[in-house]
Ligand binder design. Structure first.
Ligand SMILES: Nc1ncnc2c1ncn2[C@@H]1O[C@H](COP(=O)(O)OP(=O)(O)OP(=O)(O)O)[C@@H](O)[C@H]1O
Ligand SMILES: Cc1ncsc1CCO
Length: 97
């Protein structure tokens, strides 16, 4: 992700999330929530995408396929806690443009 000045790489998330409708648009609401509490737009956006990715990483461990992933993703997002975020977050500031 970039704001044109910095690039943040996000390694959270699982390719199976692309088979779950809503896993793409729900992070827009999470982004709005992060922007409400963080003035750095890139940081807020990157953290939002990390959150849905972390939920996807955890949910995928409990899913047999896209159907159970959809339920697991919602449940994981609902229950997501600070320890899970700290333990699973995998985003890095890569470069200054
Ligand atoms: N290669 C990947 N690895 C990990 N996560 C991914 C990958 N590709 C997409 N995602 C994640 O999967 C989710 C859905 O992405 P996708 O590109 O399918 O969005 P979309 O088409 O807008 O989804 P929707 O079906 O909700 O309209 C997003 O949270 C995205 O970050
Ligand atoms: C299918 C659908 N309808 C409204 S939002 C949405 C998913 C967008 O990702």
């Amino acid at each position: 992700m970039t704001d044109g000045y910095q690039v943040i790489e996000n390694h959270n998330g699982h390719i199976m999330m692309t088979k779950v409708t809503g896993s793409g648009c729900s992070p827009t609401a999470i982004t709005a929530a992060c922007l409400a509490v963080e003035t750095n737009n890139l940081a807020a956006s990157a953290h939002a995408m990390a959150l849905i990715g972390i939920a996807g990483d955890i949910a995928t461990q409990h899913a047999k396929g896209p159907g159970s992933l959809q339920m697991a993703l919602l449940d994981t997002l609902y229950l997501l806690n600070e320890d899970q975020i700290i333990n699973h977050a995998n985003i890095q500031l890569k470069e200054e443009l």
